[in-house]
Design a protein around this ligand. Sequence first.
Ligand code: URA
Length: 232
Amino acid sequence: MYAKLSSRIVRFDLFTLYLRQPELLFFASMDLEKTKEQLINVEKEIASCQLCPLYKTRRNIVPGEGNPHAEIMFIGEAPGAREDESGRPFCGPAGKFLDQLLDSIGLQRADVYIANTLKCRPPANRDPLPEEKSACRKYLEEQIAIINPKIVVTLGRHSTETYLPDLGGITKLRAKLYHRANGIFFFPLYHPAAALHNGAMRQTLLDDFAKLPDAIVQVKAQLAKQKKENAK
Ligand code: URA
């Protein structure tokens, strides 16, 4: 089962590598260091960003955090008050539920990467504006390109609209796999905040989350098939 195999994806990969080809371990660790450095460079860009007015009102940037070589990357909406205070994504009640959802499939935060559509808090937690989303998109694109996840899970309407704008609403799209022309696989889900005061939605999210391991298996099979075809 995926969940059991990957409770620490990077460490597991490095350990497997150590057993099979210990001489390559050094290069794998170097690769991880390089990826971390690239992500830090994106953070530096975000820290000096003035592409929209949100830099004037935020306390801290919230670039994202997690495993630089994550197979799964989550994209939420925007930082709220707690995230703005701490500089960390999903550290309030929605984040607590996200932790439970991860746990339900045997994962922890350290296994995945978590970012947001916006890197700065919109005042009074209002919805992100279209111009803010398009200004901030370049940082998300850079993070996706660096991390190169197997699957991007969009949480809620805003991040789903950003990447799957032409297919319909989140209710129609949720818990299904989409392969876009840019080569990325997307798996939209409801936002965990939507379930905080709604028991039925909570169960729906748990049920949808349970489909994620199988979606990863599907992605890996499709990538392996593509690789085989490209090698012909
Ligand atoms: N909601 C989000 O979309 N992102 C956060 O970081 C916190 C709450």
